[in-house]
Design a protein around this ligand. Structure first.
Ligand code: PGA
Length: 262
């Protein structure tokens, strides 16, 4: 069975205590699920990371940071450096989440610098890409995604492929006002993303997992996970309660196994 990826970005939610309680509960609930079957990761707020590392067994849940500066140190008030994340034992850094791009106006070129810096510091990178409602309306989703990927991975050597993950998150599908993408639309975009990764990296590009994110919930998870080019689910709101996330993961694994056995 191919490995299925399940993860959540906690955004600017949960205090340190809430985060550690959530992680402890999620670890216990999912302990019996073989980690050769799934990769489970959680991306808490910066202030919770240090305590999160202490309570989390890294073979059960990988921890990640929500953002990172592309410099090791310097005059970058309010930023967090790769050296600081290495010091905490961080394994993963998310780059280019839609809220970073659209609320904080980060550019593709900046995301590229961050991707490079994360990888050079020995961590995995989760690069998020997605088109806005307007770009979809103009019929340029494919062009936008190709641009995000080609700039995002510009001059990133193929030796780093084992440390690269991608999340497809259409901007119009994220958050309380989002509409989930249909499984057919998501599959179409994932196919195109995978083709672009092959264009960039050759056949080795096929080894990069591509996760779907944006209003994933207990109803649509099963339909999304059985799409041939969807390797995992990147979940926001529906993952922030450990029991609900555990149920979503189990339903998805069951659906995937049934689909594979047909
Ligand atoms: P959502 O968030 O599942 O709450 O839509 C997804 C995300 O922002 O990654």
């Amino acid at each position: 069975m191919k490995k299925l990826y399940f993860g959540s970005n906690l955004k600017m939610y949960k205090t340190i205590r809430e985060t550690t309680e959530y992680l402890a509960e999620l670890m216990e609930l999912t302990r019996d699920i073989g980690r050769d079957e799934i990769e489970l990761f959680i991306i808490p707020s910066y202030t919770s990371l240090s305590d999160a590392v202490k309570v989390t067994e890294s073979n059960l849940i990988k921890l990640g940071a929500q953002n990172m500066c592309w410099e090791e140190e310097g005059q970058f008030t309010g930023e967090i450096s790769p050296v600081m994340l290495n010091e905490l034992g961080m394994e993963l850094v998310m780059v280019g989440h839609s809220e970073r791009r659209h609320v904080f106006h980060e550019s593709d070129m900046e995301e590229n610098q961050k991707v490079k810096c994360v990888l050079e510091h020995g961590m995995k990178v989760l690069l998020c890409v997605g088109e806005t409602a307007g770009e979809k309306e103009y019929g340029i989703s494919k062009e936008v995604l190709r641009t995000r990927l080609k700039i995002g991975f510009h001059k990133i050597s193929s030796e780093y492929i084992p440390d690269i993950w991608v999340a497809y998150e259409p901007v119009w599908s994220i958050g309380v006002n989002g509409t989930p993408a249909s499984e057919d639309y998501a599959q179409k975009m994932h196919r195109m993303i995978k083709d672009t990764l092959v264009e960039i990296y050759g056949n080795d590009g096929k080894n990069i997992p591509v996760l779907y994110g944006g209003s994933v919930n207990q109803k649509n998870a099963e339909k999304l996970i059985v799409q041939p080019d969807i390797d995992g689910l990147f979940v926001g709101r529906s993952a922030w309660n450990a029991e609900q996330f555990d149920t979503l993961i189990r339903k998805s694994i069951d659906a995937y196994q049934k689909w594979r056995d047909i």
